[in-house]
Design a protein around this ligand. Structure first.
Ligand code: PEP
Ligand code: MG
Length: 894
């Protein structure tokens, strides 16, 4: 087997780590016998070694020589042969697709001599000089780092001198002259001549592709897509085929199903007499595949056959790049295609119905992130609106924002909190920052496979492309369309599902999938405006139902009010995993809390607590009634008490002013004393959670009694309440023991008073490293654990969860200390390790210990996978994330 270099005939689709996505696809197509031009792939391993050592491995040079010889034999043509030269393309191809981020050099092997051979072989002298021009330009820019404008300015000058508007109007002599000018530019800019040696061109192009892995924009893209910086890219060297050899040639991109909607049937863009880069760059507007059918039915039939073969083989939607050279079809790339969220669900279910995949596989083909995207609102069809123009629907959603005409403004305005729509003639990889910052992207040029469309779809950004009625003037920062002028800052609305562009703001309404999740299948189907929407809703229903059948993790919600509990239940929550009780001490009840704090003796404090009891009981009755039959974990008060008291500075000023006026309020003075006493430098590490419960007598007892009485009342009324009592911020087993003993006493008292059987589970949160590390001891007193991964992350990393995100996380992600915020996705190595220890030691001490998580991570797709793996019983998350958690818990199980 080869080392650094693999011929296309040696690899297969599973070798993506080594061959990159493109190399693996080319290899697989070669194995299938599809028409792929011969070539070879230089592995990502070679790139990694190049990045490590700053030079290519010696063996690589030898292997490239050998591979080039095999390629020459296959093509019966020689690299550098002046009479009949072999030319190659050199393309990047990482494991994960990074559209337009990295470099490509075409026509490598052309020089002052071989250009004549190319002219002779193709019988087209103009074409040969145009190819040479393209090579010097592409090579100059990507390999030698010369600014692209140097070349485009020279091209513009040549056109002006000829009095023509388009490149295609330049003749052979003009192009020959232009090659001379370009070579002068290379000499002036780099102090050296454009390399005439084909092998030197090849070697430099290969290292240029390696280097393009680490450009600013490639790094930014990877950060956005969470792709590791260590992977490196493969390099594909492939015999050139030409789509720009006249009207019987062309190039295109095709999908085996519509990647925007999931509609079945082939779909794509074709551009006659063009090279592949012209399609992807969106420089010229393309035609549909029907154009190829019209121009060359035979090549079209071959393409259809190849696409069908690929889709059956990959059992998934494939995207394809192809070239037709004088009537002969060549396949240049295939991969499992990126798709929008609606397309992902619809295609998965279509493939099940076509018996190509199972429901488990269908579940694996969609993600929680895609489901979240389907919850995006859409424009209200009944609302008044003024249509400005229509482009192509490239990435769904309804975006309303101020028009901006460059990426830098988009970023600056978004940083000021403004919603912006980035409007460009076409986008290029340098626009990435602006695309991330904008709520929507609108372009005048390019098809559904242009850079803007592909990138926007990848990140779920609403996008409309190819709206060629728009006359965009980025310098004057305005666009004109249909006699109207939109200036920077004017509000526009774009519909990524229809391609429509509206003037001003348009009201939005909930998505049909939200409707389904909230109100059920029947309502959503009845309301769906068309068959496509019905198909989508039905697909989501089938996949989510399957997820519910296969998942082992149960999904609960974090809900503190009857309204949230009701919503969570409708969205499929199987209980409440965290009912925070702090809001129950706010509003008018604050005065009672003040009385508890200011009490000078037990009797006074008890009176205040007694006044809180009935209101607190009603809170629990409301929530437990909503969750009837399902468990509801009620957490005893957690935050420091001073959070329920007036602000120290405000109160000091108030008292000082009153003193100055000579009209002092004794209550305020007492309160100020208490607030001062309770003031802490680090309240998050201070008197909160169980510590507060043990220090303020009667506080937890009040809450426990309220839960017990609410439960007894509901039981008496024939309901099935299932409350669980949870103690926060426990660090030592003795803390838990004290609260548990108190809870058992109160349960017994209330049971005796009401005649109801009360046996509420008592457990604790695991949100301190010490709790995790002593879980075996805690489990002797706890019937359940719930991982409070917000605090556990805070206390494990020593990051303040309230300050850190704004303060330095941006920098920490930029320089690679953090790939993602550990408050968003669980840090499996550190915090996750503590979770694992607590699970193992807790279960060892008490085999029936019930385990869940109620930190924000409970709703995060990647974290859910981890919680499934460590063997938790449930995750608990915000109500709106419940459907995503159900889906991801299902995906984790298949
Ligand atoms: C936690 O710390 O993860 C938790 C759920 O509690 P809170 O966010 O209320 O501190
Ligand atoms: Mg906490």
């Amino acid at each position: 087997m080869a080392g650094y270099v693999w011929d296309f005939s040696e690899g297969d689709k599973d070798a993506k780590d080594l061959l990159g996505g493109k190399g693996a696809g080319l290899a697989e197509m070669t194995r299938l016998g599809l028409p792929v031009p011969p070539g070879f792939t230089i592995t990502t391993q070679a790139c990694r070694e190049y990045m490590r050592d700053g030079d290519v491995p010696d063996e690589l040079r030898v292997e490239v020589t050998m591979a080039m010889r095999r390629l020459e034999d296959a093509m019966q043509r020689h690299f550098g042969d002046p009479a009949d030269p072999l030319l190659v393309s050199v393309r990047s191809g990482a494991k994960f697709s990074m559209p337009g981020m990295m470099e490509t050099v075409l026509d490598v092997g052309l020089n002052d001599l071989t250009v004549h051979g190319l002219a002779a072989f193709t019988g087209d002298e103009r074409f040969a000089w145009d190819s040479y021009r393209r090579l010097v330009q592409m090579f100059g820019r990507t390999v030698l780092g010369i600014a692209g404008e140097e070349f485009s300015d020279a091209l513009d000058k040549a056109k002006a001198a000829r009095g023509v508007a388009s490149d295609v109007d330049l003749g052979t002599d003009d192009l020959r002259e232009l090659v001379g000018t370009y070579k002068d530019i290379v000499r002036e800019q780099t102090g050296r001549d454009f390399p005439q040696s084909p092998r030197e061109q090849l070697d430099l192009a290969i290292t240029a592709v390696f280097n393009s892995w680490n450009t600013e924009r490639a790094r930014l893209y990877r950060r956005q897509e969470r792709i590791s910086d260590d992977l490196g890219t493969a390099v594909n060297v492939c015999a050139m085929v030409f789509g720009n050899l006249g009207p019987t040639s062309g190039t295109g991109v095709a999908f085996t199903r519509d990647p925007a909607t999931g509609r079945s049937g082939v779909y794509g863009d074709y551009l006659a007499n063009a090279q592949g880069e012209d399609v992807v760059a969106g420089i010229r507007n393309t035609s549909g595949l029907a154009e190829l059918d019209r121009l060359d039915p035979e090549a079209y039939a071959d393409l259809r056959k190849a696409m069908r073969r690929l889709e059956t083989h990959y059992r998934d939607l494939c995207d394809i790049e192809f070239t037709v050279e004088r009537g002969k079809l060549w396949m240049l790339q295939t991969r499992v295609g990126k798709r929008t969220a609606p397309a992902a669900f619809r295609v998965a279910v279509q493939l099940v119905d076509e018996h190509l995949i199972t429901m488990d596989e269908a579940l694996d083909r969609v993600t929680g992130a895609q489901l979240s995207q389907l919850l995006f609102p859409q424009f209200d069809p009944a609302a008044e609106r003024e249509l400005l123009a229509k482009g192509m629907a490239a990435s769904p959603g309804a975006a309303v924002g101020m028009a901006v005409f460059d990426a830098a403004t988009a970023q600056a305005w978004a940083a000021d909190g403004k919603e912006v729509v980035l409007v460009r003639r076409e986008t290029n990889p340098d626009d990435l920052g602006g695309m991330i910052a904008a709520v929507g992207v609108l372009t005048a040029r390019g098809g559904k496979t242009s850079h803007a469309a592909v990138v926007a779809r990848g990140m779920g950004r609403t996008c409309v492309v190819g709206a060629d009625a728009l006359d965009i003037d980025p310098v004057a920062r305005k666009l004109t369309v249909a006699g109207r002028t939109i200036h920077e800052g004017d509000v526009i609305a774009i519909d990524g599902s229809t391609g429509e562009i509206f003037l001003g703001s348009v009201p939005v309404r909930p998505s049909p999938v939200s409707r389904y999740l909230e109100d059920g299948l029947a309502v959503a189907m009845a309301e769906a405006p068309d068959e496509e929407t019905r198909e989508l809703v039905a697909a989501v229903d089938r996949i989510l139902t399957h997820a519910d059948e296969v998942r082992r993790l149960r999904v609960r919600a974090n809900a503190d009010t009857p309204e949230d509990a009701e919503r969570a239940r409708r969205l499929g929550a199987q209980g409440i995993g965290l009912c925070r009780t702090e809001h129950m001490f706010l509003g008018e009840r604050r005065l009672l809390v003040e009385r508890v704090v200011l009490a000078t003796d037990d009797a006074e404090r008890q009176a205040a607590l007694d006044a809180l009891l009935p209101v607190q009981r009603e809170d629990f009755v409301g929530i437990l009634r909503e969750m009837d039959g399902l468990p509801a974990t009620i957490r005893l008060l957690d935050p420091p008490l001073h959070e329920f008291l007036p602000d120290l500075t405000d109160l000091s000023v108030k008292v000082a002013l009153a003193e100055a006026r000579g009209d002092v309020d004794a209550h305020d003075v007492a309160l100020l004393g208490a607030v001062r006493r309770m003031h802490e430098a680090n309240p998050m590490l201070g008197l909160r959670g169980v510590r507060l419960g043990l220090v303020i007598p009667g506080l937890f007892a009040l809450q426990i009694r309220a839960v017990c009485e609410a439960t007894a009342r509901l039981l008496a009324d024939g309901h099935a309440p299932r409350p669980e009592i949870m103690v926060p911020l426990v660090g030592s087993v003795q803390e838990l023991r004290l609260v548990r003993e108190e809870a058992l006493t109160i349960m017994a008292e209330v049971a005796a008073e009401t005649g109801q059987r009360l046996d509420l589970p008592v457990g604790c949160m695991i949100e301190l490293p010490r709790a995790a590390l002593t879980a075996g001891r805690l489990a002797t007193e706890a019937q359940f654990f719930s991982f409070g991964t917000n605090d556990l992350t805070q206390t494990t990393w020593g990051f303040s969860r309230d300050d850190v995100e704004g303060a330095f996380f941006a920098q920490y992600t930029a320089n690679g200390v953090l790939a993602v915020s550990p408050f968003e996705t669980i840090d499996t190595r550190g915090v996750g390790r503590l979770v694992r220890i607590a699970v193992e030691e807790g279960r060892a001490a008490r085999p029936d210990l019930h385990l869940g998580v109620c930190g924000e991570h409970g709703g995060d797709p990647e974290s859910i996978r981890f919680f499934h793996e460590v063997g938790l019983d449930y995750v608990s998350c915000s109500p709106f994330r419940v459907p995503v958690a159900r889906l991801e818990a299902g995906r984790a199980a298949v």
